[in-house]
Design a protein around this ligand. Structure first.
Ligand SMILES: *[C@@H]1O[C@H](CO)[C@@H](O)[C@H](O)[C@H]1NC(C)=O
Ligand SMILES: *[C@@H]1O[C@H](CO)[C@@H](O)[C@H](O)[C@H]1NC(C)=O
Length: 290
């Protein structure tokens, strides 16, 4: 007869005890991933007063791990760049609220914690705005854009930064949005290469370009990277041969030749007349002397 109320009391005490201890520290809020070019931070709030946070992360179906820099910390972010080693892996993280550093977390009692959303570096990291150079071809009708594959926070075996091309390989494309400097009509071009050729352009016109990474293998809302700055090709003054047709130029040259011929003819005629007048005058002179 005693056992039932007693065990109920025990359960009640346990529940109360757990509530009481875990209730001491607030749970982390707004636990979210922020990742740019594979540099990945976990962020949350609020700033802790008289408690601390510990981050635990794991790949799906694997054991939880900790980053030594994110144990009983008063920060509200944790850099997990080097921890998410498998770029195509699916990770999540817990932010635990614990006593300030130096005090042991209470044993056996689960600390208050908040779990993040899933994060897959390969598909979720934001690809930053690319840099590019413009080269106008000799014949003025073709422009080539040389896009610099953005470096990432991922290091290769030689401890050098890998570029997005090193990581995404053939999954990486670029999207170019361009328009004539004078007009607002936009055109698009997708390119699998980082060297993008735009052909059939109007000779000598200035064109303006915007470039962004494009990864078609990702979910649709994550395919496009950040837009680059706008850059325009130089406007070239048209040469006389482009401005006027050959016939017009030939006509102009012909009329110049005609005008010059006429002028020469007139000069020659005048000269001859003058000479004739002079020689007539000479013929008369001796007569006068006589
Ligand atoms: C969490 O996000 C909400 C909405 O953006 C904001 O109002 C709140 O202050 C945030 N909490 C913390 C602790 O940062
Ligand atoms: C934090 O701890 C200090 C010293 O124990 C205390 O004076 C202060 O009121 C505490 N602050 C809060 C917000 O609990």
């Amino acid at each position: 007869m005693h056992t039932k109320p007693f065990s109920l009391l025990c359960v009640w005490l346990l529940v109360l005890g757990k509530e009481f201890v875990s209730g001491t520290f607030p749970k982390a809020q707004n636990v979210s991933w922020y990742s740019l070019n594979f540099k990945t931070l976990l962020t949350w709030g609020p700033k802790p007063v008289n408690y601390s946070y510990t981050v635990e992360f794991s790949k799906q179906n694997e054991n939880r791990e900790r980053n030594p820099l994110c144990i009983q910390t008063s920060d509200t972010e944790c850099d997990l760049t080097a921890d998410l080693k498998e770029l195509k892996g699916r990770y999540n993280a817990d932010v635990l609220s614990e006593p300030v550093r130096g005090l042991n977390p209470p044993d056996l009692i689960e600390p208050p914690h908040t779990t993040s959303a899933w994060f897959i570096p390969y598909q979720d990291t934001i690809i930053g705005s690319p840099e590019f150079k413009i080269t106008v071809n000799e014949d003025q009708r073709k422009i080539t854009l040389y896009v610099k594959d953005t470096p990432t926070a991922v290091l290769n075996e030689q401890k050098q930064r890998m570029t997005i091309r090193d990581i995404f390989k053939d999954d990486l494309q670029y999207k170019v949005i361009y328009r004539k400097a004078k007009s607002s009509g936009k055109k698009e071009k997708f390119s699998a290469s980082s060297e993008i050729e735009l052909t059939d352009l109007d000779r000598g016109e200035s064109y303006c370009f915007n470039v962004q990474a494009y990864i078609p293998s990702r979910p649709i809302d994550k395919q496009l990277g950040e837009l680059s700055q706008v850059q325009c090709s130089p406007k070239r003054d048209k040469s006389i041969f482009e401005e006027y047709s050959l016939a017009v130029i030939a006509g102009a040259i012909l009329s110049i030749i005609v005008i010059i011929s006429v002028v020469i003819a007139v000069i020659v005629l005048c000269y001859k007349r003058q000479q004739r007048a002079k020689s007539k005058a000479k013929e008369r002179v001796p007569l006068r002397h006589v």
